[in-house]
Design a protein around this ligand. Structure first.
Ligand SMILES: [Zn+2]
Length: 252
């Protein structure tokens, strides 16, 4: 049951034809883990907090740098040198103090990934490197947890929702483990608003996943900022993917 305060706070969502008290309650009871609190994570977590995602788990081992402020909109100049996870939690709790927020200052790795994603209703991969993405992908598939992954570089972004129970490919099908790591976006360049577009799209997809309105599993959405266009491609499971060959993807 929603409170009177929640009816007022989420009124613009609740008056949608496809969204009502049942969906808002589902969000309220949801546990959403956001891994990476750079530009993507800042944008995604803002909209998840505002939408009323009941428990947000924020994971990042980094501290705020001056060069982050061009696109990482939860932080301020006064927070340079401070932990991102805790400062993001502070900003989000000011946005919505009716939700629970957990801040974890650590880097996802193969030893802690399973524990980090355990109990999540959906995980958002907002990291900036392939190694973390492969680890998160594998942990989510092993745990059977939906994963919304996003990336942005230059003027281009991509977005994909993966559900272990479906028969589409996984992140390692798209980028096999022998794929060369790309330099960080601060070296290759990225437009600040682009990470907002992709990050808020991750939040949009996560809310659709949580409220049962998601149907484009395994579809890679790519955004071309130079042309302001989106394209879609279905990602089939690769016969050469170690995850799929191990039966991780298809055994759920
Ligand atoms: Zn795969």
């Amino acid at each position: 049951m929603l409170t009177d305060h929640e009816y007022l706070r989420y009124g613009a969502s609740l008056c949608l034809d496809t969204f009502g008290e049942e969906q808002q309650m589902t969000l309220k009871c949801a546990r959403v883990t956001v891994i990476g609190l750079g530009g993507l994570g800042c944008a995604a977590s803002q909209y998840l907090a505002a939408a009323g995602a009941g428990t947000l788990v924020l994971v990042d081992d980094d501290t705020v740098q001056l060069s982050n402020l061009q696109r990482q909109v939860l932080y301020t100049s006064e927070q340079i040198g401070a932990e991102k996870a805790h400062n993001a939690a502070k900003a989000l709790s000011q946005l919505n103090n009716t939700i629970a927020i957990q801040a974890k200052t650590l880097r996802v790795n193969k030893d802690n990934a399973q524990e980090l994603v355990a109990g999540s209703d959906v995980v958002l991969d907002c990291t900036d490197n392939l190694t973390s993405r492969w680890i998160i992908n594998k942990a989510c598939y092993q745990a059977g947890i939906p994963l919304v992954t996003g990336a942005a570089e230059g003027l281009h972004g991509q977005l994909m929702s993966l559900k272990p129970a479906e028969q589409h490919g996984c992140y390692a099908c798209l980028y096999p483990p022998d794929t060369e790591e790309r330099p960080a976006c601060e070296r290759t360049g990225v437009w600040g608003p682009l990470v907002g577009i992709i990050g808020t799209s991750q939040a949009f997809q996560a809310i659709r996943v949580l409220t049962g309105q998601h149907s484009d599993w395994g579809v890679l959405h790519t955004f071309d900022g130079a042309r302001m266009t989106w394209s879609q491609f279905y990602l089939p499971a690769s016969a050469h993917c170690s995850h799929c060959q191990e039966g991780v993807c298809k055994s759920q």
